[in-house]
Design a protein around this ligand. Structure first.
Ligand code: SF4
Ligand code: SF4
Length: 141
């Protein structure tokens, strides 16, 4: 690997379950909904996710009016994420084509050119998607 400033592209999916994993959000191969209850404004102030969820997977807690997820019916597609003003809802992972990734990291292009760095592919276990990783590096050359 050449020295220099680099941008790391994390590919989701790993077959191991190491206790010391530093990127657990990269283990599952699919996108995953994440929810930060502390940030939720509650149904009275907001409630937008309740109207947006096609699976009725969000309810209201009588105690504080906040909107917890019922994980069983949730499909993790993230329609609710798009309407949540304080970003209490978010997605781990994003489906992208090989062409879309370099466009996303190109904003750091001047740093690569100055320092001689580039893109590093990590994960997850990025070699579980070896075709994608190879095509990405080819595209980035
Ligand atoms: S990810 Fe989809 S199914 Fe899950 S809570 Fe959000 S809108 Fe509902
Ligand atoms: S959209 Fe976000 S802030 Fe609003 S009720 Fe749902 S989780 Fe809470």
């Amino acid at each position: 690997m050449r020295p220099g400033i680099r941008t790391t592209v994390f590919l989701k999916c790993c077959s191991l379950r190491c206790k010391w994993c530093c990127n657990p959000e990269s283990i599952h191969p699919e996108t995953e909904l994440v929810y930060d209850l502390k940030k939720c404004l509650g149904e009275k102030e907001c409630g937008l996710c309740l109207k947006e969820c096609p699976e009725f997977a969000i309810s209201v807690m009588p105690s504080d009016g906040k909107a917890p997820i019922d994980w069983d019916p949730c499909t993790n597609r993230g329609k609710c994420v798009l309407v949540c003003p304080p970003k209490a809802l978010d997605l781990f992972g994003q489906e992208m084509s090989v062409d879309e990734v370099p466009a996303g990291v190109e904003r750091d292009g001047s740093f690569y050119r100055e320092s001689g760095g580039g893109i590093t592919v990590s994960g997850g276990a990025c070699l579980l998607q070896s075709d994608f990783a190879a095509a990405l590096l080819e595209e980035a050359l």
